[in-house]
Design a protein around this ligand. Structure first.
Ligand SMILES: *Cc1c(COP(=O)(O)O)cnc(C)c1O
Length: 368
């Protein structure tokens, strides 16, 4: 039995037939970009996450980049973020012309450690960019408290946490702007690239609407230099169907995670924490073990996919050499890079497959 790390083929027949019903009319309509499906998806997502506005863009990376631009962040500005995330988080800050300033993570949640943020605030700091990594919300009260005190914006990277909550509110709706990715492997994944910014600021929403379409405020009148970052109708049609299932799918992910953690309790591994008041969306189920590489090899031998998110923290990436960080600067993130391993988790993981993963992990640790 082969159990892949991620399964995005073989959608269940109900979802597929609903998607078919929505997609075919788009092909007939001849309206392919920023049409009725995109507008409806924006309304539906804004309602779902309880934000006033939602603006669809071409990717999660662009959602971050455009949010920073809309907040007026650019050259000479600093943005505080985590070194332990997908590259796009810091990449978007650099693309905006600003400087990413990294702060180490919490060893249990793998999210920005709020206790370390304030020391890194300078006169140039304009924003904090927390990432709800693997689907677990950051300590947003602490982050917002610092932001308020120091006059900073908060842009949430909620690419991995669609549907995750913090004190009853949806991640993405807790800062000045929140960014989702619809990359196919994400919890709410399309059939291609896509992204969305949500905000309760009319000004930020309007600015991103212009910027995503070359900064034109009316036809052939360009108030700013924007870019082409539009969402297409086919993606929106697919996503509208999937949005209807996201809560169920996230519940299924949470159930699998609880079963894993229960069964791994006696093993010498660190399992994902659940924090009171935060509902984890389990985009990934990631464990920590010093025997990571050997465990991964043993699982691979038995047909079980496992992945490393992320092996090299962003402060050590070659493209950020000029920021002059070095090995040892963020020991918690660096250790996570060496020890983290993600196991198969998706809504349609079967009980049998889950049992197989558990058995193989337990079997590997038996000899210690
Ligand atoms: C996937 C991801 C992004 C980027 O999203 P894309 O849609 O792939 O551009 C940004 N941040 C994090 C944390 C992600 O996981």
């Amino acid at each position: 039995m082969k159990i892949p790390l991620i399964r995005i083929d073989g959608q269940d027949p109900t979802t597929l037939s609903l998607i078919n019903k929505r997609v075919i009319p788009v092909l007939h309509s001849g309206h392919f970009i920023l049409g009725e499906n995109v507008h409806a998806l924006e309304k539906e997502i804004a309602a779902k996450v309880d934000a006033r506005y939602a603006v669809a863009v071409a990717s999660g990376s662009d959602a971050l980049y455009l949010s920073l631009l809309a907040l007026g962040i650019g050259p000479g500005d600093e943005v505080i973020t985590t070194p332990f995330t997908f590259f796009a988080t810091a990449g978007s800050i650099a693309r905006a012309g600003a400087t990413p300033v990294f702060v180490d993570i919490d060893p249990q949640t793998f999210n920005l450690d709020p206790g370390r943020i304030e020391k890194s605030v300078t006169r140039k700091t304009k924003a904090i960019l927390p990432v709800h990594l693997f689907g677990l919300a950051c300590d947003m009260n602490a982050i917002r408290r610092i932001a308020r005190k120091r006059g900073l914006c908060v842009v949430e990277d909620a690419a991995q946490s669609f549907g995750a909550t913090y004190e009853g509110r949806m991640t993405g709706s807790l800062g000045d702007a929140g960014c989702y990715s619809f990359y196919p492997t994400k919890n709410l994944g399309g059939a291609g690239d896509g992204g969305m910014v949500v905000t309760s600021s009319k000004r930020i929403a309007a600015k991103i609407r212009f910027l995503r379409d070359h900064g034109q405020t009316k036809k052939y009148h360009h108030e700013w230099v924007g870019l082409n970052s539009r969402l297409d109708e086919l993606q929106a049609a697919v996503l509208r169907v999937k949005l209807g299932f996201i809560d169920k799918w996230n519940r299924q992910r949470r159930f699998h995670a609880a079963e894993y953690s229960k069964n791994f309790a006696a093993l010498a591994i660190q399992t994902p924490v659940e924090v009171v008041g935060r509902s984890h969306a389990f985009h990934l189920y990631s464990i920590l073990t010093p025997r990571r590489d050997e465990l991964a090899a043993s699982l691979a031998k038995n047909g079980i996919g496992a992945g490393i998110y992320y092996p090299l923290p962003l402060h050590l990436q070659p493209c950020f050499k000029k920021l002059r960080y070095k090995l040892g600067d963020f020991p918690v993130a660096e250790r996570a890079g060496r020890q983290i391993l993600s196991l198969p988790i998706y809504a349609n993981l079967t009980a049998e497959e889950r049992a197989q993963v558990i058995a193989r992990v337990k079997n590997y640790f038996k000899k210690f």
